[in-house]
Design a protein around this ligand. Structure first.
Ligand SMILES: Nc1ncnc2c1ncn2[C@@H]1O[C@H](COP(=O)(O)OP(=O)(O)O)[C@@H](O)[C@H]1O
Ligand SMILES: [Mg+2]
Length: 246
């Protein structure tokens, strides 16, 4: 019992991915505790999205280990990883033509459930995330904010224990981010663990329990938000870009 309690839900060790001559992700390792909100930050091109691809099975690492609830998942197909409870959103929102919002969320739920239950699950998730009113719209016609929340809905529809969110609040003002943030906190309170890549620093500082900083594919810091602000390596990495503010 105590052993199970202390086991991280996700344990990443020494994962690397090279694209040609570029080390996109270089020997990155970290653990995520159940119920935690971990934010991953870093300049453009730091390897954040690639790291999500490596964890979720879309990109195979050249080296390293990814354990979900103690099970090695490197080499497993993404849909099998989803069935084990890990799902991700995509930074570039994927929308299929000829599908309604409800159908898109149902398709996500179908990875783990038969049709009738999947439809019911999709309806329940849309209600919970506040998208019920647009259930019959085409995803392509939605506002950026609704498209991003649709991505979150598709994740939640797979009954996940761990969700990786890739910049779902990018492009939103702080005020516009209040609603998605409240939804994420509510989902966390219901037991879902989150790893989020996010650029809106005031949101990150307020929401995350811990921040992991990537720069040129390497982990340069992993600490609570307050400590990150005073970290010199982090300040140097952001030199010339917007620097995190409290
Ligand atoms: N499929 C790919 N082929 C070649 N290079 C890639 C590929 N995907 C990402 N990269 C490169 O890897 C680096 C990290 O990219 P990415 O993970 O998207 O960074 P971030 O999400 O932090 O902005 C960038 O230099 C990017 O151009
Ligand atoms: Mg990215």
């Amino acid at each position: 019992m105590p052993v199970e309690h202390s086991q991280p839900i996700l344990s990443v060790k020494g994962v690397s991915k090279r694209f040609g001559g570029l080390m996109a992700v270089s020997e990155v390792g970290f653990d995520v505790a159940k119920g935690e909100i971990l934010a991953i930050i870093g300049p453009n091109g730091a390897g954040k999205t690639t790291l999500f691809g490596l964890i979720s099975g879309f990109i195979r690492p050249d080296m390293g280990s990814v354990r979900l609830k103690g099970h090695e998942i490197v080499g497993m197909a993404p849909h099998k990883i989803v069935r084990m409870g890990l799902t991700r959103s995509f930074q570039i929102v994927q929308v299929f033509a000829d599908m309604t919002v409800l159908e898109a969320v149902t398709a996500a739920a179908l990875v783990r459930k038969p049709m009738r239950e999947a439809v019911r699950k999709a309806e329940e998730v849309l209600e919970r995330i506040g998208l019920s009113a647009i259930r019959n719209e085409s995803p392509a016609s939605l506002s950026l904010q609704d498209k991003k929340m649709l991505e979150v809905a598709k994740c939640v529809a797979t009954d996940p224990e761990l969700i990786l969110l890739d910049e779902v609040m990018a492009g939103l003002t702080l005020a516009e981010a209040e609603l998605p943030l409240a939804i994420i906190r509510d989902l966390r309170d219901s037991g879902i663990t989150f790893v989020m890549v996010e650029h809106v620093m005031p949101i990150v500082m307020k929401t995350a329990d811990r921040l992991l900083v990537l720069n040129f594919g390497q982990k340069i810091a992993d600490a609570p938000p307050a400590e990150i602000l005073s970290n010199q390596a982090v300040r140097d990495a952001y030199f010339g870009e917007e620097m995190p503010h409290a």
